[in-house]
Design a protein around this ligand. Structure first.
Ligand SMILES: Nc1ncnc2c1ncn2[C@@H]1O[C@H](COP(=O)(O)OP(=O)(O)OP(=O)(O)O)[C@@H](O)[C@H]1O
Ligand SMILES: [Mg+2]
Length: 236
């Protein structure tokens, strides 16, 4: 089943149109990538989904039209966003950040069970559970941002460049954790990434954006075989 579908989505900031016909689909439980250079419109595509930019076209989530839904409605339907730059709350502890992620939930038992699950998945967070988020390393902060988004119990996790600013080995750790999170929870993911080899560690399909348009879409295997993808994103 298709969980998220964008059909011919356009988006603009004031009078400046930056997306012009973006289409993509994320299957339930699947992982899909959005690749593209700086300024291609990747973050704007995620903002279109989470309802923080004006859009035209059509966006559906689990068959509900969310094209013009605001961010609270989109979140309540089950889409959680891990923004560019992470956005953890620096003066709150790791545990408090996780609880903030769960603030709309009423199932206290489920919340503490999910915290246990995440601390097992991210042992570094477990060791730093009482520390302020500001004292974590960049990789740990990214893992906290992912864990916090997961605490909302979403069906789709939308991630904006989770590798940004991280050392290569730390980026791999983050992607390995994302993969385990998928395997163990069945959550679907839509991942924006400039580093295509990293994205291809977890995504089954991807779409390439160029100046606000989807110019190429396919399975990971198809895309990895394309010359233009190899040259532009895979180092030859
Ligand atoms: N708040 C804004 N107001 C006006 N223009 C914006 C705004 N945010 C982004 N843009 C413009 O929209 C275009 C797409 O930006 P976007 O942030 O979506 O790109 P991106 O693919 O995420 O790039 P990057 O890889 O650098 O994060 C760019 O030309 C950018 O300058
Ligand atoms: Mg961006």
């Amino acid at each position: 089943m298709t969980l998220l579908e964008l059909t011919d989505v356009t988006a603009s900031y004031g009078k400046v149109q930056v997306l012009e016909g973006v289409s993509l689909q994320v299957p339930d439980g699947g992982a899909v990538g959005i690749l593209g250079a700086n300024g291609a419109g990747k973050t704007t595509t995620l903002r279109a989904i989470s309802g923080t930019v004006n859009v035209a076209g059509r966006i559906t989530f689990d068959r509900t039209d969310i094209t013009h839904s605001g961010p609270e409605k989109v979140a309540s339907l089950g889409i959680a966003h891990v923004p560019e730059g992470r956005g953890t709350l620096p003066n709150l502890s790791v545990r408090e950040n996780l609880l903030v992620g769960a603030y709309l939930r009423k199932d206290r038992g489920g919340v503490s069970g999910d915290i246990d699950f995440l601390l097992e998945l991210f042992p570094n967070l477990g060791r730093r559970i009482g520390q302020n988020a500001s004292t974590l390393s960049g990789g740990e902060q990214q893992m906290l941002a992912i864990a916090r988004a997961f605490m909302a119990k979403p069906r789709l996790l939308v991630l904006d460049e989770p590798s940004l600013g991280l050392a290569p080995s730390t980026s791999k750790d983050v992607y390995d954790s994302l993969q385990r999170l998928r395997e163990e929870s069945g959550i679907a993911m839509l991942v924006v990434e400039q580093n295509a080899p990293l994205a291809f560690r977890i995504v089954e399909a991807a779409t390439v954006l160029e100046t606000g348009r989807s110019v190429l879409s396919g399975t990971a295997a198809e895309l990895k075989g394309r010359d233009e993808i190899r040259k532009a994103y895979l180092g030859g």
